[in-house]
Design a protein around this ligand. Structure first.
Ligand code: TGC
Ligand code: FAD
Length: 392
């Protein structure tokens, strides 16, 4: 088994911008990843499963709802701490970060922001402690980039709602205890509903055959006349803006997370370039390999600066959807390019599970598509700067 020798890389002395609390959060997340996750990630990736036994440990490092107030069981941390945790988790594997982002930004966030006080008290402490796992159902088989066209719907049946439809590509659905589901009412208005495992007519078939994000369980959510109690409707907000605001939070976490994947690839490539000799010298002494490494650290550093500033804006409540889109798009694209260059530096070894590169590269093919594709984020920037929507 490979030893995790990862060391952070901080070319522009960004550590000086972090508080003691940020450093503590980072160090504990990094130590936990090295001890609990690094030794098992390749095994779980190969068998295409998420290691559910690590959920309590994730809760202990604050990976579930880091910015949710302590009164609801969250860690009450700021947005930069949230980003740091996402980065440390994705440094190990995007699937690990996915589980944390879905739970935090797509399940706890909407319950905290749009739920009733009863819903907050009922669900948030258990979600924060990892005693309950949630998933988020927005995407449908025929409505991915265009969620406003969704056909999943609910009807008023007196003392409950009746929910019908199906969601696809749902992270953690095969084992989640609850699902925050977005569906249209009889007037065609989108609302969030909390659907619990065990409700009659609710099933969660697993999606198999993924070559990406294998250490994350993905599945469907199928609703066949599911009776949902009326108190499970999120009362605080309706319309597409409600799920899109959750995506803002998750996309922000991904912007930080993708840097983690890139850092791991760079770290491995830099070390390999010093250890591997060809033609009588380390391959890192050849200009062509130095060009790759120098460009990697340049792009990583630019992404770190962009993301730190975004974190400051997020802390102040001033980060716009378009700014978050730019960071998500840029950083995932950057990480994919770093992974591809790192793969080449490792030569043939780069395709094996002796090194994390190929796994990161395959994961990032999901990350570049979910939470809004690379194209959709470009169009969000285009709309923001021109005032003209090119979506339709
Ligand atoms: P549009 O007309 O632009 O907006 C509809 C309404 O929403 C409001 N709005 C927002 N509100 C809050 N936050 C935001 N970020 C918002 N963006 C828009 C907007 O003001 C409007 O309000 P109102 O009152 O006028 O109705 O909507 P559109 O239908 O044109 O769509 C825009 C588009 C394409 C950008 C949007 O649909 C989009 O982002 N599509 C991508 C879909 C996506 O990202 N899906 C992700 C699914 S979840 C997932 O992938 C989880 S992966 C988890 C993991 O494993 O990590
Ligand atoms: P489509 O929307 O069909 O897009 C196909 C192609 O067309 C893309 O290249 C896209 O950029 C392009 N395109 C679409 N519209 C336009 C346009 N207007 N202009 C230009 N190009 C366009 N969803 C959830 O709700 N919850 C989850 O937990 C979740 N987890 C996921 C986990 C994984 C592993 C994956 C792969 C996906 C997950 N998703 C989840 C779904 C994800 O958000 C969607 O895959 C994504 O939004 C894209 O939708 P689509 O796959 O239907 O692609």
């Amino acid at each position: 088994m490979r030893t995790d020798q990862y060391q952070g890389h901080d070319y522009y002395l960004m550590d000086e911008l972090l508080s003691d609390e940020h450093k503590l959060v980072r160090d504990s997340a990094r130590a936990w990843v090295k001890k609990e996750m690094s030794p098992i990630i390749e095994e779980y990736y190969e068998k295409a499963d998420f290691p559910k036994h690590v959920i309590p440990g994730m809760a202990e490092i604050g990976a579930f709802g880091p910015y949710i107030p302590e009164e609801y069981g969250g860690a009450g941390l700021d947005q930069i701490s949230y980003g740091i945790i996402m980065q440390e988790l994705e440094r190990c594997d995007s699937g690990l970060r996915s589980t944390s982002s879905v739970q935090s930004s797509l399940v706890m966030f909407p319950i905290w922001k749009y739920g009733s006080e009863e819903q907050r008290k009922k669900y948030l402490p258990k979600l924060a402690a990892g005693e309950m796992i949630g998933c988020f159902g927005l995407t449908e088989p025929d409505h991915g980039s265009n969620p406003s066209g969704m056909i999943t719907n609910f009807k008023d049946a007196g003392d409950h709602f009746v929910l019908n439809g199906a969601k696809m590509w749902i992270s953690n659905s095969p084992f989640a205890d609850i699902a925050v589901v977005w569906a249209k009412n009889e007037e065609g208005r989108i609302h969030g509903l909390i659907v619990e495992r065990g409700m009659e007519g609710f099933t969660t078939p697993e999606t198999h055959g993924k070559w990406s994000l294998r250490a994350s369980n993905t599945g469907e959510l199928v609703f066949d006349n599911v009776k949902v109690p009326k108190e499970n409707l999120l009362p605080g907000r309706s319309g597409l803006g409600a799920p899109l605001s959750c995506l803002d939070s998750a996309r922000y976490g991904i912007a930080w997370g993708a840097i983690g994947a890139a850092l791991d690839c760079y770290d491995s490539a830099l070390r390999y370039s010093k250890e591997r000799h060809q033609f009588g010298k380390p391959i890192g002494a050849f200009q062509l390999q130095q060009k790759k490494l120098a460009e990697m650290i340049t792009e990583i550093t630019k992404a770190q600066l962009l993301t730190f500033r975004l974190g400051q804006l997020k802390n102040e409540g001033r980060a716009s959807t378009a700014q978050i889109s730019m960071a998500k798009r840029n950083n995932v694209d950057m990480a994919l390019k770093v992974a591809r260059e790192a793969r080449q530096i490792h030569g043939g070894m780069g395709i094996t599970n002796e090194y994390p590169i190929m796994r990161h590269m395959m994961n990032l093919e999901s990350v570049v598509t979910y939470e809004g594709t690379h194209d959709i984020h470009l169009l969000i920037t285009g709309f923001d700067i021109t005032g003209e929507s090119a979506f339709k």
